[in-house]
Design a protein around this ligand. Structure first.
Ligand code: AHR
Length: 498
């Protein structure tokens, strides 16, 4: 296999990585909330009913912002059902996921839990079945200090201080025909504008996310963003981007390169946003909130016909291949750190998630946990524009793509971290990193996740089958770091002064 070459120079900067790029997502869906983060009878539960073992893993995942409560769920949600005394909260039909919603977890519970695991809450308002009044009331409930109906209700419910929720999503995937209260772009654009106005009148410091397309495959993609933003550009700070990936028809080569699709999707949405900005002569720049992304074996979901509480839904078990793809998707996000300010892996626990749990039993890390946690921990600082060259291969979905895909981040302490995947399923790739712009950096640490069995997963009975492997330190000589990337692997190289 020919060598892959990367050149890194501190002068070539993409921009500061917003830590919120490493966000996550908790939806009332399946067992994400119930028996996921919350299980009052669990041996590790705290006094509010949240699982301590899960909270510890979430803290280790290092996810600074968590979106809640949906997702499709939010488009039929009455937030008032989830506050106040738990024994008074109504059980409802959750039409989005054909489940029974007990409302034992709601806004106050979630905000308190999120702060406890070191994250800020990012809340979505219901613009499916509800509208301006319910959205503005929720902002008042969460963020107004005291002395009004909603803020005093929050205080009576036990939250003396405001939750201080900074980022708000104006609905969820309103372009999708599956969405409860689905709208045309003009209908949604008008509603989002008016909801945003009222929410900002309550709290001018909030940041707002308008719904973009639910994916690049939508027939309305492009027109949706342009039309919606022509209504609400001045009222919002971000447009949302959602995309999920899975291996189809055994085409692993294309699946391993699906970060190419993420790159193209981001760049297409940036172009559309900037078109609206240019047309409207707006001085303000709107950025992207990639607030749902992950590997999701969507096409394998069975049909359901029962109303259950916390059913096992979307509980995908992730392999080594999936973990390499997740690591590569994070490389794509870092490459676009100048315009993607918020990113949320969807979701956090049990539902297409890096963490799995058993009711009454343990919680453990999926394969994808590791690239996420390590990129979140070491991918903060300034994203660097790298020059990359080396072997490539042909894919059915994206044409020719590089075998090695990489991103680099310069940290505040003077170190540089390189994230790289080797998409070749059989061969080790020699890697040469030209670090001539960093004469003081001399030693590199190499961590990789891969292994001989691409299908290996972490399960209840084998929770640590797939874990990252640390290699011996590598000397950097003549300004070059030379190492090898194992077949089908995600890698992190950290270069520092000796
Ligand atoms: O994350 C699962 C679902 O995917 C979300 O509820 C929805 O927004 C998206 O279609």
């Amino acid at each position: 296999m020919p060598e892959a070459r990367i050149t890194i120079d501190p002068a070539f900067q993409i921009g500061e990585v917003d830590p919120r790029l490493f966000g996550s997502f908790v939806e009332h869906l399946g067992r994400c909330v119930y028996t996921g983060i919350y299980e009052p009878d669990h041996p590790t539960a705290d006094k509010s009913g949240f699982r301590g073992d899960v909270a510890a893993l979430v803290a280790e995942l290092d996810t600074p912002i968590i979106r809640y409560p949906g997702g499709n769920f939010v488009s039929g949600y009455r937030w008032e059902d989830g506050v106040g005394s738990r024994d008074q909260r109504p059980q409802r039909l959750d039409l989005a996921w054909k489940s029974l919603e007990s409302n034992q977890v709601g806004t106050d519970d979630f905000c308190g839990w999120a702060r406890g695991v070191g994250s800020e809450p990012m809340l979505a308002v219901n613009l499916g079945t509800r509208g301006v009044e319910a959205a503005a009331s929720l902002v008042e409930y969460c963020n107004h200090p005291f002395g009004t109906y909603w803020s005093d209700l929050r205080r009576r419910n036990g939250a003396a201080d405001p939750h201080g929720v900074r980022v708000w999503c104006l609905g969820n995937e309103m372009d999708g025909p599956w969405q409860i209260g689905h709208k045309t772009a003009d209908e949604y654009g008008r509603l989002a504008t008016e909801a945003a106005k009222a929410m900002r009148l309550v709290d001018p410091s909030i940041e707002l996310v308008a719904c973009g397309s639910s994916g690049p495959q939508m027939s309305t993609f492009g027109d949706w963003e342009a039309t919606v933003l022509q209504h609400c550009y001045d009222q919002v700070d971000y447009v949302s981007v959602h995309s999920y990936y899975e291996e189809r028809d055994g085409d692993r080569g294309s699946f391993l390169a699906c970060a190419t699709q993420m790159d193209r999707f981001i760049e297409a949405v940036v172009s559309t946003v900037d078109f609206v900005r240019a047309k409207g002569r707006y001085p303000k720049r709107v950025d992207l909130s990639f607030d749902e992304w992950n590997v999701w074996y969507h096409s394998r979901e069975p049909e359901r016909d029962r109303w259950d509480r916390a059913p096992r839904l979307l509980e995908n078990s992730y392999s080594v291949v999936d973990a390499v793809v997740v690591g590569n998707l994070m490389i794509s996000l870092l490459r676009h750190a100048d315009r993607v300010r918020i990113g949320c892996i969807a979701q956090l626990v049990n539902v297409i998630a890096p963490i799995l749990t058993e009711p009454g039993g343990p919680a453990w890390r999926q394969t994808s946990f590791y690239p996420f946690a390590l990129t979140s921990r070491h991918g903060r600082g300034t994203a660097l524009r790298i020059v990359q060259d080396g072997p490539s291969y042909e894919t059915a979905d994206f044409g020719r793509v590089p075998v090695v895909d990489a991103a680099a981040v310069a940290g505040g302490g003077g170190e540089v971290t390189i994230f790289a995947v080797n998409r070749d399923q059989h061969s080790t790739v020699p890697l040469d990193v030209d670090l001539r712009g960093y004469p003081a950096l001399r030693v590199a640490g190499h961590t990789s996740l891969g292994g001989t069995d691409p299908e290996a997963t972490n399960t209840l009975s084998a929770q640590q089958r797939v874990v990252p492997r640390g290699h011996d330190p590598i000397a950097v000589s003549d300004g070059h770091l030379r190492t090898e990337l194992p077949p089908l692997s995600w890698n992190m190289l950290r270069v520092r002064a000796s």
